[in-house]
Design a protein around this ligand. Sequence first.
Ligand code: PLP
Length: 402
Amino acid sequence: SSRFCEVQQAPPIEVFAVSKAFTDSTHEKKVNLSVGAYRTDEGKPWVLPVVRKVEQELAADNTLNHEYLPILGLEAFSTAAAKMLLGATHPAITGGRVTAVQTLSGTGGLRVAAEFLGRVLKYNTAYHSAPTWGNHNLIFKQAGFTNIAPYRYWDGGKRGLNFDGMIEDLSNAPENSVIILHACAHNPTGVDPTQEQWKKIADVMEKRKLFPLFDSAYQGFASGDLDNDAWAVRYFAERGFEMMGTQSFSKNFGLYNERIGNLMVVVKDTACIVPMKSQLTLLVRGSYSNPPCHGARIVSRVLNDPALFEEWKGCIRTMSGRIIEMRKGLRERLEKLGTPGTWDHITAQIGMFSFTGLTAAQAKHIADKYHIFLLSSGRINMCGITTGNIDHVAEAINDAVC
Ligand code: PLP
């Protein structure tokens, strides 16, 4: 017999399973509304023109080589990324109280953050929104957190934020819990707190001594504006919180498979930074030794060059603008079809996703009959919708709901 025979079958990761079902489908009208990746109005992946341009420059540059990066990555990238999140003139930046390390995209940033918080700072309790991105729980569990709990977030009845529930759950969280917050464009609901609500969240977290970990995977995608989308992170840092922020450049640079991300830490005392970096170095060294370079070079060049930076901001506006158009179009069609229920949440929600309110049974019906693939939670990736398939999608939703 084999030791391997004792291994239990693990459940599939839904988003990848649904995407595979889409790929395997041979239907000509098939639509993928599952995976969180941008698509053009032709339904194609988009290499941002500014990324293509920089890649061509990199390919032609004979001075570049494939030597190892330092353990904590490309510093010019990390520093620029932290400035993008906090704003270059933020007092925490100018005061030297911020440090950052390159990570294996947003996921890797969260994992390094969780390991540092658990192993080095001895936190063991983490809270995430209910619902949240499917990976938060797994990352914290695998990093050794023993108490992982949800805080209320989504109110299914009103299809919006359950603010009172959130505040109550945060108020009851034990001191020294890590609170995972979505910086903007909450995944999967597309619902963010207002600025007034963020202020109240900060009040409770300050009072209860809760540690903010901002997951920023969609900066620029929510409003099309990098500064607007970083408002909550900047506000918390201004309030004097010690905190972490993880950044993903998968979506806003379209660099999904390059695994380019950043972990930013804001501390009160600049003297903490050197020992903290030494511990981060050990964590990374024992995990993957050092990060890959290609994505870091691209993002670093763009963020550090004013002309390329402007060009990139134009790309972000193109992407967020197309999503907003599709939201409007889908809502209009559902209202025109007289689909039971209200559909204003589709345009009120922001970012890549809409939490439609469709049930698992309705999602299955849509997949089986219309070859339109979405998650059982009813989350749809708005980028999967195009002017070519929007009528088909609206009809399918209408049929499922009626
Ligand atoms: N956090 C959230 C909320 C996400 O939605 C995602 C991606 O879907 C990530 C983090 C991390 O993505 P990546 O590891 O590709 O940067």
